[in-house]
Design a protein around this ligand. Structure first.
Ligand SMILES: CCCCCCCCCCCCCCCCCCCC(=O)SCCNC(=O)CCNC(=O)[C@H](O)C(C)(C)COP(=O)(O)OP(=O)(O)OC[C@H]1O[C@@H](n2cnc3c(N)ncnc32)[C@H](O)[C@@H]1OP(=O)(O)O
Ligand code: FAD
Length: 572
């Protein structure tokens, strides 16, 4: 069958992690030795970091790489059952090399996790090499096209020069040379940044299918005696789908911003300037979690909005969901990523701002909030007037919500410490607040980037409809998280009522442009691979044709009649 460009493939890890890791962490000599043959698919690699017992806790990974100066080799070993590498894509049957993350031991000391290029199969016969036990981990929720595998290493020897040494080094006598920054060996920022764009694509595909189908599907009666209306005319259908449409545009702009930011900061890093790495890590970790959680839920909204046909594989929505949902887990489990952004960036920035430091980048608003805290509060103390039309004021509202939740999390940690808890316990007992703070920070970033993007749109008609989408995205987020805004004193109950009324108006305003707005994603029928989302809207004929092609219909009487039903009858 044809390879769908968006379907998971066994070479994804080779292209998406093995090659980029070489680019980021290999020396020029190693690039020559490995990148060229890998680019020509002579070497096919994967990224083997996760083990059966650890995926999140990198410092807990057990695979060892012990340097033997007498032979100038590293000995790679899986010491326990839980240390067996588990999950890497393409590992089971496709790859002949793996970048293995292992705890480096040299001169009797452990220097933490480093990356090693390990040949695992013979380059000609593809038979596993001595000391290598490798295979597929078995059927999964989806990703059936990918041979996610296991790898058990039994004292496998590789040359000294197979350790990726662009940053850290091991000398021939076993001396360890530290990297300029320990953070450089973490990696994973590239794919996390790319996943933000994948969230946008998944949303664009899902709402294109659901909105096009909702324009051709007629059902029930809106006015007695009149023809059945398009289901897209039901307010509830619009309330399900138009916020997804708005999010698809929002995440498209955020995905572009994330890619540009990754490119800019990784360029600085290659030039030896590591100062922006914390911002890149926090942004990519937080936005990866924020956008994948939101997209994951929205795909299901789109599927269910198509009724029974949404559950058919002909809609493509089940496949979109099955292929997208692991993004909430891999490349950094979402909760853990949200905690990283909060603990390693937001709270740290809050504390710096609290002592008067001027912050830059996506947390600069925390400086403004700190200054605000020092000014006398207005006597009224009530929420500021709310405009349900002015986007800039809504951006400011999201900014203030984020600042409020970051402060709440930081204060929670302080209170836990004052109760006598240890640092670690204080953080753990504030982790719900920390995740909320990260979520609010990312939400503010998304709303701000959406509104910033409008400034770049020249066409008045396009700017008008995108502004309506941005308003819907911001107000729907306000309604869905009204508890945060009410708790922070940023919203009153009457204002919340006005927000709900304004959302209904926006749904009505968007109805005439909804199909054009999904057509604008320009996703052709082959890419959508959906009978319900066909550009020509000719659903029923193609649904019937699709069903007729089902393997079960290859014969009028299925063999099961003769094998099971008929014998069963004769025994009854
Ligand atoms: C060249 C051709 C290219 C062609 C491209 C074409 C693409 C084709 C298609 C591609 C498709 C790809 C499809 C992919 C399919 C699936 C892939 C899935 C792969 C995986 O899942 S790989 C495994 C992922 N695993 C993880 O992400 C593990 C998550 N855990 C962690 O990251 C760490 O454990 C954690 C949570 C950060 C904690 O680590 P710890 O050591 O405890 O660190 P601290 O929290 O103490 O922080 C210390 C310090 O480090 C900073 N830090 C942490 N992580 C990073 C990072 N990643 N980058 C930068 N800095 C980091 C942290 O902020 C702290 O800094 P301080 O200043 O506060 O000390
Ligand atoms: C389809 C797919 C493809 C993958 N491909 C690869 C690959 O190519 N290479 C590779 O190396 N790995 C790969 N992985 C593995 C993936 O990276 C890990 O599954 C992921 O990092 C999560 O780790 P884990 O499975 O150990 O979950 P855990 O970390 O055990 O998570 C389980 C639960 O514990 C919670 N938790 C864990 N730590 C904390 C904490 N500190 N604070 C609060 N809660 C916590 C999590 O939030 C989660 O709810 C893949 C996984 C999947 C599903």
């Amino acid at each position: 069958s044809c390879v769908h460009p968006d379907r998971p493939e066994p070479l994804d890890l080779h292209l998406g992690m093995f090659l980029p890791t070489l680019l980021n962490q290999a020396t020029p000599e190693q690039m020559e030795r490995f990148f060229t043959p890998a680019w020509n698919l002579r070497i096919i690699g994967t990224y083997a970091q996760t083990e059966m017992g650890h995926g999140t806790h990198l410092r807990g990974l057990e695979t060892t790489a012990t340097f033997d100066p007498s032979t100038q080799e590293f000995v790679l070993h899986s010491p326990t059952i839980s240390s067996i590498k588990w999950w890497p894509g393409g590992l089971g049957k496709t790859s002949n090399h793996a970048i293995v993350l292992a705890q480096l031991h040299t001169q009797g000391r452990c220097h933490g996790l480093h990356a090693f290029i390990v040949p695992i199969r013979d380059m000609d016969t593809h038979v596993p090499l001595p000391g290598v036990v490798v295979g597929d981990i078995g059927p999964k929720f989806g990703f059936s096209e990918v041979d996610n595998g296991f790898l058990k290493l039994e004292h496998v020897r590789i040359p000294l020069d197979n350790m990726l040494m662009k940053f850290a080094k091991v000398e021939p006598d076993g001396t360890y040379v530290k990297p300029p920054s320990a953070k450089l060996t973490y990696g994973m920022v590239f794919i996390r940044s790319m996943i933000v764009g994948q969230s946008a694509l998944a949303l664009a595909k899902s709402c294109t299918i659901a909105i096009r189908y909702s324009a051709v599907r007629h059902q029930s009666e809106l006015r007695p005696g009149e023809p059945e209306p398009q289901i897209l005319n039901y307010q509830t259908q619009q309330h399900k789908l138009f916020p997804v449409l708005a999010a698809a545009y929002a995440f498209t702009f955020v995905g572009q911003y994330m890619k540009d930011t990754y490119r800019r900061i990784s360029g600085d890093i290659h030039a030896g300037d590591y100062s922006q790495l914390p911002e890149l890590h926090a942004l990519s970790a937080g936005l990866k979690a924020f956008t994948t959680w939101a997209a994951n839920a929205a795909i299901e909204v789109c599927r269910m909005s198509c009724g029974g046909h949404g559950y058919s594989r002909s809609s493509a929505l089940p496949d979109i969901y099955v292929e997208f949902t692991p993004t909430c887990t891999y490349e950094g489990e979402n909760t853990v990523m949200m905690l990283q952004t909060a603990s390693r960036y937001l709270v740290k920035s809050y504390r710096q701002a609290s002592v008067g430091q001027r912050l830059q980048g996506s947390v600069s608003y925390l400086s403004e909030a700190a200054a605000q805290r020092l000014r006398p509060r207005p006597v009224s103390g009530g929420a500021a007037p709310l405009s349900t039309q002015d986007l800039l004021s809504l951006v400011h509202l999201y900014q203030r919500r984020a600042a409020s939740l970051v402060e709440l999390a930081a204060k929670s940690i302080q209170q836990e410490l004052q109760r006598g808890r240890s640092q670690e316990e204080a953080w753990n007992h504030s982790s719900i607040d920390l995740v909320r703070a990260s979520d609010a920070h990312c939400h503010f970033v998304v709303v701000k980037l959406f509104v910033d993007k409008l400034e770049q749109v020249d066409d008045a008609a396009v700017k008008a409809v995108l502004s309506t989408l941005a308003l819907l995205y911001a107000l729907k987020g306000l309604a869905d998280n009204s508890g945060d805004f009410l708790q922070a004193g940023l919203l009153t109950v009457p204002q919340a009522t006005r927000v709900s009324a304004r959302i209904k108006e926006l749904l009505e305003e968007l109805r005439p442009d909804a199909v054009a707005l999904v057509d604008a994603f320009d996703l052709n029928d082959r890419k959508l691979n959906s009978v319900l989302g066909r550009y020509d809207g000719n659903v029923y004929e193609h649904l019937y044709e699709w069903a007729r092609q089902s393997p079960l219909n290859a014969t009028e009487v299925h063999e099961s009649f003769h094998k099971y039903l008929k014998p069963l009858r004769s025994r009854l």
